[in-house]
Design a protein around this ligand. Structure first.
Ligand SMILES: Nc1nc2c(ncn2[C@@H]2O[C@H](COP(=O)(O)OP(=O)(O)OP(=O)(O)O)[C@@H](O)[C@H]2O)c(=O)[nH]1
Ligand SMILES: [Mg+2]
Length: 285
């Protein structure tokens, strides 16, 4: 193939965080530049570049395209690790709004979620204490849930409900049941109680959310996509869950020991109860 070993320059946005004893600190966004191999069928990045241009899979368009190249850091070395995360939940609970917030630093109070829904994949590069990872988020519908079991590439799941709408909570419980019981999926799952800003119309208590999360071996977090409340914690929290499940016995490095207290804070934010077995519960179907 005459295109083998060709490279092209790619600009990408990195959401930078650090973990210290005070918790999670957002360090803003930076734009980086990397050389990407093109023309090689075996290269992951080459495949996604082709998909983005004309393939069936849409990608979110990076905001970096309008940024001048002088502002960028050039990155050498290997590609960051990449994890695939699915987002599930009833209609209108805020799946798209949360995904949109993952990609931006500034507070945004209006969303054009309809046009955002045309993207089937949103990719966010997250750096925690210099450790870069690419997270690709996929919003999926209820009828796509059975396909999850055939997709070994899924690394984590967010199950979202609105704490101001009980039906969406019931729906989320059913989704959790399907994931854990029917599909026997053991990937990290976070149960997300969104719309925490709607205090006066809240109908699902924190206790109810935590209970269901406990039953299905999931973490629990309350968020508000419109106020960008706990959105970064959710983003870094699911990443932390995936990484710690993939290498649970990794020997602690120097930095890791220093960050332990910060991780404890992150853990407290997401109440989590490790279960060794999936409880034998009945789904609502
Ligand atoms: N008050 C409040 N409204 C929210 C929040 N998150 C999302 N919304 C609103 O809820 C509506 C639905 O949000 P979406 O993000 O489109 O929800 P979705 O889950 O992607 O919906 P579908 O794609 O239709 O299933 C929009 O009007 C959002 O502005 C939140 O945290 N608080
Ligand atoms: Mg949506």
């Amino acid at each position: 193939n005459e295109h083998d070993n060709l490279t092209e320059v790619e600009y990408y946005l990195v959401r930078e965080f650090s973990l210290n004893s005070k918790g999670l600190l957002q360090r803003g966004d930076s734009v980086k530049k990397r050389k990407k191999r093109i023309g090689s069928a075996s290269s992951d990045t080459a495949a996604s570049a082709e998909d983005g241009a004309e393939g069936p899979r849409s990608r979110s368009v990076s905001r970096t395209s309008s940024i001048a190249s002088e502002d960028c850091f050039e990155v050498e070395g290997s590609e960051p690790e990449r994890f695939k995360i699915v987002i599930l939940g009833a209609h209108g609970v805020g799946k798209t709004s949360l995904t949109q917030q993952f990609t931006r630093t500034a507070l945004v109070d209006t969303f054009d979620t309809d046009s955002a829904d045309k993207f089937t994949e949103v990719v966010v590069t997250v750096s925690v204490d210099g450790d870069e990872t690419e997270l690709s988020f996929h919003s999926i519908t209820e009828d796509q849930i059975p396909c999850l079991v055939e997709d070994p590439s899924i690394d984590g799941a967010l199950v979202v409900y609105s704490l101001a709408d009980r039906q969406t909570y019931v729906f989320a419980e059913d989704v959790l049941c399907k994931i854990r019981k029917h599909l026997k999926c053991t990937c990290p799952v976070v149960l997300v109680a969104n719309k925490d800003d709607l205090v006066r119309t809240r109908v699902v208590s924190c206790g109810e959310g935590k209970l269901v999360a406990t039953l299905y071996d999931a973490k629990y977090i309350e968020t508000s996509a419109v106020l960008s409340y706990h959105v970064d914690e959710l983003l870094v929290g699911i990443l932390h869950q995936i990484k710690s499940r993939k290498s649970p016995f990794k020997a602690p490095s120097q930095g890791m020991v220093r960050r332990n207290s910060a991780k404890r804070i992150l853990k407290r934010l997401m109440s989590f109860h490790h279960g060794t077995t999936t409880p034998d519960l009945v789904c609502n179907d």
